[in-house]
Write a new protein. Sequence first.
Length: 242
Amino acid sequence: MSAGEHALITGAAGAIGAALARAHRARHPDARLTLVDVDLEGAGRLAAELGAAAHAERWDRGVPEERGARVEALTAERGPIDVLINCAGVMEIRSFAATPWEIGARLLRIDLESPLRLMSLVAPGMRDRRRGLIVNVSSMAGVTPLHGCAYYGAAKAGLAMASEIARRELAPAGVQVVTVYPGPVKSGLERRARTQVPPSRLARWLPTGDADRLAARVLDAVDKRRPRVVYPAFYDLANRFP
């Protein structure tokens, strides 16, 4: 992407979102960064770290119907969105039968409906300008069936499929879409998830990635026009053979 473009990063107060914001700033020093998260204090600290062209806002991804007004106001204030990084997400590990519908519906709103809504708001402008970048952070839980992840896995699988289809549809208009499939990555979400599953040898053995390394791989994929990122590399086997 060229200098001075406007990047919107959701989940920016989390480990992966913050790492992606820092990596984007390092490669594009003149970019205007809009960092959104339900944790405004965390997003604000990151904005202060990244400089004057970084701006923090509090968005509740559980209310996707607000996205239209938010994006309209943001575009009027800071210009069209040239880069969308959909990173915000929540995870609950519970058996399907033990998950109240209210919790399942919230997972679907945050992990599927909200990123799709943002894509629907920014993609037409990118297509018309014949340039743009969308990065969607899905999950290996959307590829491989995991006990206790019915709603989370369904949301991430839906986001991944929509992202892969959007990549094919938008490529002729010069819009790049990258789909990210992380396995466990050290973060608040990963730490909380580990408290929800019984300890086992398998869980201890499975590789856990680093947010900064993941961010570097995502930006490399953007630069090299690669369609997807699987990280840590071990999980590429599960991606090919679910």
